[in-house]
Design a protein around this ligand. Structure first.
Ligand code: GUN
Ligand code: ZN
Length: 447
């Protein structure tokens, strides 16, 4: 690049769509203040941050003559998508046959995770995983490691190299799992503390204290997790809750004194802002109220919930209750890395409950709502001026079928909905991180 060019400034010309808030049930973007759609728009970026957004015809005239303009005619720029619950070590066991949660963990998950004591293996899988996220237009994720601290070092090293905003943590697990995967309350505390001090707040990386779920942690270990949160108030808490009926029954046996599964975490002071709980399917109204009052967020993982036969998450109900909700792929419990496909499954789950989920709501879940669930909406989730310029370019000709269907669409909602229901990584023509290209689809079918 020419060094005399206006320092670090560049602009992207395409149709641009982002959310300023919860769009509600509307299908008409023109009457919604929460949906901003700019046909032939321009996104201007300097030093990796958004500096301006508007109509290309107006803004182009104001740019310095040497500003680079990158064009994606008839394609759609959206904010980088946010996966609020995923397991990078499970990349190699995605799509494992036939089991529900507890047997699935024993049969497939624990043996796969045992390999992450080897840093070379962890590095290889972490690199693959992050590239797969980028191929799918995902630029931020909240990620489980394994019990091995090496798994988290490898993950953060790979994320740092790619300049990504990522949150991850070492699994805490001191009972009800194979010996080769067990830590202790003391080692879990010491290893997590060392990882927090090494990684939390470094570049774009953030740490999550990560007890796997209540059945695999003793009371002593849950207390240690609470101690870490007290000592490091701005780290995350990441775990699972109320995913599967047998799991819920098991927790009732293990913690007979607790009112509910969620209450186990509440008793150990693990629920607060920046706590993210995957699944939240089998919660009662008191639990939902507790989520709202503590500021904890739910990760809605519909591909996983269907794949594992876990149950149906009521997004519309949870949202009405005021619970923060993000979208999660839960790979390898989920069978896709794509948040487009995950949004499509969210639509179907919502249909099973007799409710609707518009394409704008799906996009909100995959972007700004995820950012709010992670308390990162001051930095990512949409294109407000000053935010980090992570984004994806959606191609309405990404597959022959999407292209054909788009020709029969009458408005933006119909076009976006059909793309979201039919799309996956083939519909992502490029992904940018801090305004720099991070993934480019090698061949796609024009417009
Ligand atoms: N509950 C405890 N561990 C896991 C896991 O690895 N995946 C899912 N989906 N649920 C869990
Ligand atoms: Zn999970």
């Amino acid at each position: 690049m020419n060094s005399t060019k206006t320092a670090g400034m560049k602009a992207f010309r395409a149709d641009i769509l982002h959310l300023l808030g919860d769009p509600g049930a509307t299908l008409d973007h023109e009457t919604s203040e929460q949906i901003e759609y700019i046909e032939d728009g321009l996104l201007v970026i300097k030093a990796g941050l958004v500096t301006e957004l508007g109509a290309a015809k107006t803004l182009l005239k104001t740019l310095p003559a040497d500003c680079e303009v990158i064009e994606y005619p008839n394609q759609l720029i959206i904010p980088g998508m946010i996966d609020t619950h995923v397991h990078y070590p499970q990349s190699d066991m995605i799509a494992s046959y036939g089991e529900q949660l507890l047997t699935w963990l024993e049969t497939y998950t624990f043996p796969t995770e045992s390999q992450f004591s080897d840093p070379a293996h962890a590095k290889d899988v972490a690199g693959f995983f992050l590239d797969e996220l980028l191929r799918n237009g995902t630029t931020t994720a909240l990620v489980f490691g394994t019990v091995h601290p090496e798994s988290v070092d490898a993950f953060f090293e790979e994320a740092q190299q790619r300049n990504l905003r990522m949150i991850a943590g070492k699994v805490l697990m001191d009972r009800n799992c194979p010996d080769y995967l067990q830590d202790t309350p003391e080692s879990a505390y010491a290893d997590s503390k060392a990882l927090i001090e090494k990684w939390h707040g470094k570049d774009r990386l953030l740490y999550a204290v990560t007890p796997r779920f209540a059945p695999t942690s003793t009371n002593e270990q849950l207390a240690k997790a609470g101690q870490l949160l007290e000592e490091f108030p701005d780290v995350y808490l990441h775990t699972h809750v109320a995913e599967n009926k047998d799991e819920v029954a098991w927790v009732r046996e293990l913690f007979p004194e607790s009112r509910s599964y969620l209450d186990v975490y509440h008793e150990y002071k693990l629920l607060r802002s920046r706590s993210v709980l995957a699944h939240c399917i089998h919660l009662d109204d008191e639990d939902k109220q507790c989520m709202v009052e503590t500021g904890a967020a739910a990760a809605f993982c519909p591909t996983s919930n269907l794949f594992m036969g876990s149950g149906l998450f009521d997004y519309v109900g949870m949202n009405q209750h005021g619970v923060r909700v993000g979208l999660g792929t839960d790979v390898g419990g989920g069978n896709s890395f794509s948040l487009l496909e995950t949004g499509s499954e969210a639509y179907k789950v919502t249909q099973m409950l007799g409710k609707k989920l518009s394409a704008f709501q799906q996009l909100y879940l995959a972007t700004l709502s995820g950012a709010k669930a992670l308390y990162l909406d001051g930095k990512i989730g949409n294109f407000e001026v000053g935010k980090e310029a992570d984004f994806a370019v959606l191609n309405f000709a990404g597959t022959p079928l999407i292209k054909r269907r788009a020709k029969h669409c009458n408005d933006l909602h119909e076009k976006l909905f059909s793309l979201m229901m039919l799309g996956d990584d083939r519909a992502i023509s490029a992904t940018y991180v801090l305004g720099e290209i991070a993934h480019c689809k090698s061949s796609y079918g024009g417009n």
